[in-house]
Design a protein around this ligand. Structure first.
Ligand code: GDP
Length: 441
């Protein structure tokens, strides 16, 4: 088995971008399967740094093909902007970037509605990025959305009439302006169709053919498992299936073609936007994590909520995704603490919960039950060998490994691609094969 899913095990921003980027040399194709330009990956190598929102970080590797799968929602203007930004930096996407003709299109009217809803929701805000992702998924499921292949079709105006009427009725009810006129928007659609033509493909077939030809595919999840529309902290979730199971639906690769799952877990917890976060620390420790971990949104610049590692959530996520091995990221951010609390259960109405509850209210009320682990108070930044880590840091990794019952095959000690400990052995080899990338040193 050669194809894997890389999935965030928390509330997103686990550092998936860096891990995917690091593993690219072991893969031929990198595909995204859900979300849109709300994702935001930051990849650093040497002195360069790249923020990608829509296109997989695989694009920075000239030998890798990149796919935006059918499960995604695509804002054509954002796509063009990102391709142009890459070209400016000397990265060519020509002939190796493919957009599914079945992917949904985000219209400016979707984004306008997103913003109106958030403004109207007051304290019940989900904290969306306001880019129209949620409304675009709604119209997809409501069967009034347009896909990439519909943009240049002869009935585009007719299709738009249905879509725009739906969006407009809610927008005007919330005090917004009316949507675009179908004739004008249809012209825009035809322009987008032309602009997307060089990239448009039946990407499910492309991926299936690649798998049959023995090419190796990495399916890159966006956001995190706790934001999955079914399994996450509903309704404070994203509108797509961010867990590993979503990879098949959103790419068109059958489950039998997937050989393994790499979970990306940050050594502590962060979350953007509203919703319960049991281990949030609103005091000094949280502030320290935010500053040292640079926990500000890639897309929006919003400060992220920070707290301790939540192993109840991580175990839930491990089971949901069938994680084979974990990439533990940002261990270096914990360097300064004398003691590091780790959540091993929730206290809820006098009861000790070890499983992750479905009800948001229970989660909001639950008090974390912490086990304090000794800190190391030494810099681990940029360490490359596991044995080089202070004993307490190794104990921390071993504790997480033991509680999750999954090997920590990679440990990340800095934002740069090369600042990673690769723990060579069967768990890592199983996922990356024998083309194990040796980080440039
Ligand atoms: P993603 O959406 O899961 O890829 O995560 P983000 O890119 O939003 O957040 C990860 C941030 O942490 C980026 O700025 C990375 O450069 C940085 N990062 C990733 N791994 C590490 C690490 O091990 N240590 C430190 N200090 N920063 C890291």
């Amino acid at each position: 088995m050669t194809n894997i899913v890389v999935v965030g095990m928390q509330w997103g921003d686990e550092g998936k971008g860096k891990i995917v980027d690091l593993l690219c040399p072991a893969f031929d194709v990198v595909a995204r399967y859900q979300g849109g330009h709300n994702a935001g990956h930051t990849v650093r190598f040497g002195d360069s740094h790249f923020s990608l929102r829509l296109i997989p970080s695989g694009i920075l590797h000239p030998e890798v093909q990149c796919v935006l799968g059918n499960g995604m929602v695509i804002d054509p203007a954002a796509f063009a902007e990102e391709v142009a930004k890459l070209a400016e930096a000397g990265v060519s996407a020509d002939g190796r970037l493919f957009v599914s003709e079945r992917a949904q299109v985000i219209f400016p009217e979707h984004a306008a509605l997103d913003l109106l809803r958030e403004a109207a929701a007051g304290s019940g805000k989900i904290g969306t990025t306001g880019r129209g992702i949620g409304p675009a998924y709604e119209t997809k499921v409501g069967r009034s959305g347009l896909r990439v292949c519909d943009l240049g079709a002869s009935d585009v105006e007719e299709r738009l009439r249905t879509l725009l009427v739906r969006l407009e009725s809610e927008s005007t009810a919330l005090g917004g302006a009316g949507g675009g006129h179908p004739v004008r928007v249809a012209d825009q659609c035809r322009a987008w169709a032309e602009q997307l033509a060089p990239y448009r493909a039946d990407t499910a077939e492309l991926l299936q053919d690649a798998a049959r030809a023995g090419k190796r595919i990495m399916l890159e999840g966006a956001q995190g498992s706790m934001l999955d529309v079914d399994h996450g902290t509903y309704p404070f979730v994203t509108s797509s299936s961010a867990t590993a199971g979503g990879a098949c639906i959103g790419s068109g690769l059958p489950p039998s073609a997937i050989g393994g799952v790499l979970g990306v877990l940050k050594a502590y917890t962060t979350r953007v936007g509203g919703g319960p976060l049991p281990t949030e620390d609103t005091g000094e420790a949280g502030e320290y994590l935010r500053k040292r971990g640079n926990e500000f949104g890639t897309v929006t610049g919003r400060p992220r909520r920070c707290g301790w590692l939540d192993l109840v959530a991580a175990r839930y996520s491990q089971a949901l995704n069938g994680v084979d091995a974990v990439a533990l990221t940002k261990l270096d951010v914990l360097d300064g603490f004398a003691e590091i609390p780790v959540c091993v259960g929730y206290r809820y109405r006098g009861e000790l919960l070890r499983r992750f509850p479905a009800e948001g209210r229970a989660l909001a009320e639950a008090k974390p039950e912490y086990q304090a682990l000794p800190g190391w108070r030494k810099s681990t930044v940029g360490m490359l060998d596991y044995d080089e880590l202070p004993q307490a840091a190794r104990d921390y990794v071993a504790f997480v490994e033991d509680r999750l019952e999954v090997p920590m095959a990679l440990v990340s000690t800095g934002p740069r691609r090369e600042e990673t400990i690769l723990r060579d052995g069967p768990p890592l080899r199983r996922l990356v094969g024998d083309r194990l990338p040796v980080p440039p040193r």
